[in-house]
Write a protein that binds this ligand. Structure first.
Ligand SMILES: [Zn+2]
Length: 503
């Protein structure tokens, strides 16, 4: 197809995306109000799948052993393009949007302090526009939408990969909230890959005062394991990051704990070193069990390979970024951003006004389980400007903009880039072939994907159950009702932006 035709189609496509601005805002605000922790994204998934079905997508629910998982498809034949984005919230970061000061919606409750409420709004607005254009122009191809489940636990995508969600997919366009239109290719430097594993020590209980010699303390084993790891840290590469929490340590001091559990995240920049540190950690656990005459079992809770993004896909996305302007931020948007940035102790940089250049050595201090996907299908990530830079991350301040005009406009800009990029792939089969060639001949030349998740590992669906049982009833009165209110801000009675707390 000639460029001039592509150009005319893209202009029409952007118009179609913009026609879904209202739906995108409703999706964004609804998910913000549901704020569900990983594996419990039930309201979010119910809402998203219903929306997709109403719009002619065929939905399959409960995929990859996860009740909140799903896949939605439209179209037929190749190429098969998969649009993904995470939907889970974070614990303890509940926040009223549009206020530049900390005020939880539900005290201690979950919240979208990472902005995972916005990505499906991006993808659905893009997908509906693409569907309309594909129907009108008779373009072949399949669109597949899917959610990242429990991304904050790095516990979803490796299971989705294992269970074949991406079989037959030609390219994955993954969207993640950010503060500019950005993409990149190559190995992502930073905290790379991760193993999330819980060690359970099994001892024997006894009266802690009357007969302690008859007990074997599982908690002692946890403590010795942590001591062992903390001493060993000094002799690991400085690039590693590891952290743990004790998830169970007994019930009360006068009973020798027969069971104790500790949950480790082991991160390294490359897969060989993740493996090496995982082996060391397992040996230390065995050592602690030996010292205390207890036994140890372990449970994989999640894992992520270091990410590698596809060059051809990234260049396709970048061309569409440069075609899309950043949103027209108002003075209110900019003022709000600066006040929040100041309050959070960050640089007052406001909101971006120029699109980012393509990054060839992407950096991320965190881990994302899209890593596993990127080793089975050519994958690229688009970050879109629905949030503010300079914030701490995983924090209530990161939720402040996520149901305001900043998020609404950023989502739409992201949707325009996604739609344009997918259109390029639909119209130019050589791009899809090029992406595959890069994947096989460059990315996977010296590296073969060997997952950490085994065939018998199951998604840890019990995680977050206690928190959601406690908070869901408290969150329900705050669910967004788009039939009564234009925006969630209106429902909450928030005047945007509110920069100062009431005196
Ligand atoms: Zn995220």
């Amino acid at each position: 197809m000639k460029d001039v035709n592509t150009d005319a189609l893209k202009t029409r496509l952007v118009d179609l995306v913009n026609q879904h601005a209202k739906l995108a805002q409703v999706i964004n605000d609804s998910l913000f109000s549901f704020a569900e922790l990983g594996f419990h994204e039930t309201e979010s998934s119910k809402f998203l799948t219903a929306t997709l079905e109403q719009n002619g997508f065929a939905v399959q629910r409960g995929v990859a052993g996860m009740p909140s998982g799903w896949v939605a498809r439209f179209g037929s034949g190749g190429p098969v393009i998969a649009l993904g984005s995470d939907i889970d919230a974070l614990p303890n970061v509940s926040q009223v949007p549009g206020l530049a000061y900390h005020k939880p919606l539900v005290e201690g409750g979950p919240g979208h302090g990472e902005g995972h409420n916005s990505g499906q709004a991006v993808n659905i607005a893009a997908a509906l526009a693409l569907k309309e254009l594909m129907q009108r122009e008779g373009l072949p191809g399949t669109l597949m939408l899917w959610p990242g489940i429990a991304e904050e636990l790095l516990a979803g995508k490796a299971f989705q990969v294992r269970d074949g969600l991406f079989d037959g997919v030609d390219a994955v366009l993954f969207t993640h909230v950010g503060y500019n239109l950005e993409t990149g290719w190559g190995d992502v430097t930073g905290a790379g890959g991760l193993v999330s594993v819980e060690y359970a020590f099994h001892g024997a209980s006894a009266h802690a005062a009357a007969a302690p010699w008859r007990g074997r303390s599982a908690l002692d084993a946890v403590e010795l394991m942590n001591m062992g790891w903390n001493v060993r840290r000094e002799h690991l590469r400085p690039e590693q990051r590891s952290h743990y929490i004790i998830t169970y340590g007994g019930e009360q001091p006068n009973v020798v704990p027969a069971l104790a559990k500790v949950w480790y995240y082991l991160r390294e920049t490359d897969i060989e070193n993740v493996r090496k540190n995982f082996d060391i950690c397992n040996r230390i656990a065995d050592g602690a069990a030996m010292m205390t005459d207890t036994s140890v079992t372990r449970r994989m809770l999640g894992a992520s390979w270091p990410r590698h993004y596809n060059r051809i896909l990234a260049e396709t996305v970048q061309a569409n970024i440069e075609r899309t302007r950043l949103p027209a931020w108002t003075d209110d948007d900019q003022r709000f951003a600066r006040v929040v940035q100041r309050a959070a102790g960050g640089k007052e940089v406001g909101l971006a006004t120029e699109v980012a250049k393509i990054v060839t050595k992407p950096h991320s201090p965190g881990t994302d389980d899209i890593g596993d996907v990127s080793w089975v299908v050519p994958t690229v990530q688009l970050r879109y400007p629905a949030n503010m830079a300079s914030l701490p991350g995983h924090h209530w301040s990161n939720a402040m903009a996520m149901a305001t005009p900043i998020a609404h406009k950023g989502v739409l800009a992201g949707a325009q880039v996604v739609a344009g990029s997918v259109l390029d792939l639909l119209l130019q089969p050589e791009r899809v072939a090029g992406a595959k060639r890069y994947f096989t001949e460059v990315q996977c030349k010296d590296q073969t994907y060997v997952p950490f998740i085994g065939k018998d590992d199951a998604p840890p669906l019990d995680l977050n159950q206690v928190a959601m049982d406690k908070f869901r009833p408290l969150q329900k009165p705050f669910y967004y009702d788009p039939t009564k209110y234009d925006t969630y801000l209106e429902q909450l009675g928030v005047v945007y932006p509110t920069l100062e707390p009431p005196q």
